[in-house]
Design a protein around this ligand. Structure first.
Ligand SMILES: [Zn+2]
Length: 98
C-alpha cells in the first residue's frame, strides 16, 4: 500500500491571497508542490517527515507532497520559506502584520 500525504507550510492567507512573483524573472508564480517518496525501509530514518497519523505497518511507501510556489517561466519550485525571505529583503515595508 501507498499513502499520499500533503504537508502545508505557511498560512493560506499568505499563499492564496497575496500576489507572489518569481525572485529570478518576476513572473507571477502559481501554486505547485514538491514530491518526495519515502519507502518503508527508510521510514524510520526519515525523521524530517511526519508519519504520526499514518499506520506505517501496512505501508510500502509514503508520497509526501509539500506545497510550494512554481514559476511557469523558469520552471522552478520556490518554497514558501524562500519566497518569504526574498520578499522580506526586497519589500521591508510590507513586513508589518505578516
Ligand atoms: Zn521565474
Amino acid at each position: 500500500m501507498k499513502a499520499t500525504k500533503w504537508t502545508y507550510q505557511g498560512n493560506p492567507f499568505y499563499t492564496h491571497f497575496k500576489k507572489h512573483f518569481c525572485p529570478r524573472c518576476g513572473t507571477k508564480v502559481k501554486l505547485g508542490y514538491e514530491r518526495k517518496i519515502i519507502y518503508r525501509d527508510s521510514i524510520i530514518e526519515a525523521r524530517n517527515y511526519d508519519f504520526s497519523d499514518l499506520d506505517t505497518n501496512w505501508l510500502d511507501s509514503v508520497d509526501f507532497r509539500t506545497r510550494c510556489f512554481f514559476c511557469p517561466n523558469c520552471e522552478i519550485n520556490i518554497s514558501f520559506k524562500e519566497m518569504k525571505e526574498y520578499e522580506e529583503k526586497r519589500y521591508p515595508f510590507q513586513r508589518k502584520g505578516m
